[in-house]
Ligand binder design. Sequence first.
Ligand code: GLY
Length: 415
Amino acid sequence: MNVAVIGSGGREHAIAWKLSSEPGIEKVFVLPGNDGISGSVKIDMLDFTAIGDFCRNYGVESLIVGPEIPLEAGITDYFSGSAIKIFGPDRSSARLESSKTYAKEFMKKYGVDTAKFSVAGNMNEAEKIIDGFGGNCVVKFDGLAAGKGVFVCGTAEEAISAAGGIFERFGADSKIIIEQRFSGVEVSIIGVTDSKTIKIFPPVQDHKQAFDRDRGPNTGGMGAFCPADFCGESMLARIKKNIIDPTMRGIASEKMNYRGFIYFGVMLTKKGPMLLEYNVRLGDPEAEVVLPALKSNLNEMIAACHRGTLEEYEMKFNEDYFVDVVLASGGYPGSYEKGFEISGLENAGRAALVFHSATKKAGGRFYTSGGRVLNVVGSGTTLEKAIGAAYEASGKIKFENMRLRKDIGRRENRI
Ligand code: GLY
């Protein structure tokens, strides 16, 4: 069978890598992919007609959607009912990620443990709400903002400036969410669902800030590791009871057309686990560690979701630890130069998995073409060994202005 992954980054490379190793899969295409992912075909992920034509011409029976943008744009609604099966929630269900207001109202309606919040439509409303929280709050743009719409604030001045910035950047008719700020330890819980059943991957931890010890601006993610053992059985049981189970009741009750990955961004606080956000997809860089950890067949898992028989699918995992170190362009997440030649890829690839996020190939050589350039994933029987493997392989890769965090897997994770 031929399949196609929609998207262009390290997450999509990891999905394609996993599927390529599975029996029964003949060809894996990635639309549009990038030059470092074999099977990439330059088709715009929002050009649904061109994607459909490609699938018919190349015998693609199954589409797996990586990023949120095509889901928000309705790619699943477009292909629903056609001969091409598509994995990812429909547009209405994708509001769990694309509208923070919708997601928070959903959490409230179904009793999911989360921070108290209010919605503001202008600066007057925002100032009153911020005042009510004593300035200690999180200010979020309602829509998709590629990680650039969330501001964690400690004072009223900071929060007012964040709210003003959102209205200025996204327009005066934007909505913003202002919510209670918690402190604690973040963990990503990734599940897969057919709308009735959910199966969960081992807990993962992302490292969102640009610099070591969680300093600097938020990024798309500078690295991740799994399993995140600090989130043990008893904590997972609380997350299931207070976050996952009520979410699944909501998905059933709202009759959502949801066959796909679902991501719970959870903060472990002194008061217990609290849901920060949903994503309606695999996280990136989380995908680059949870997919190597998945021992059972991904394509069968997706097929079980399409049939509505996920309950019968047995999800199995490797016992190893996996650590992903992101190699980024200096300056990211701000402005950066690209087009630098990358060396050492083959050497690194002998010692670890290397997933390409943003590379271009010319004359047989690879060049940087974005902010997050490569993901180097090491594994080992302990977290220390996996960290060692990831950094040893990362050290073999070089490009001008390359930047990486040196503390992936080594965060202080005490609540
Ligand atoms: N790693 C966070 C995200 O994918 O949004």
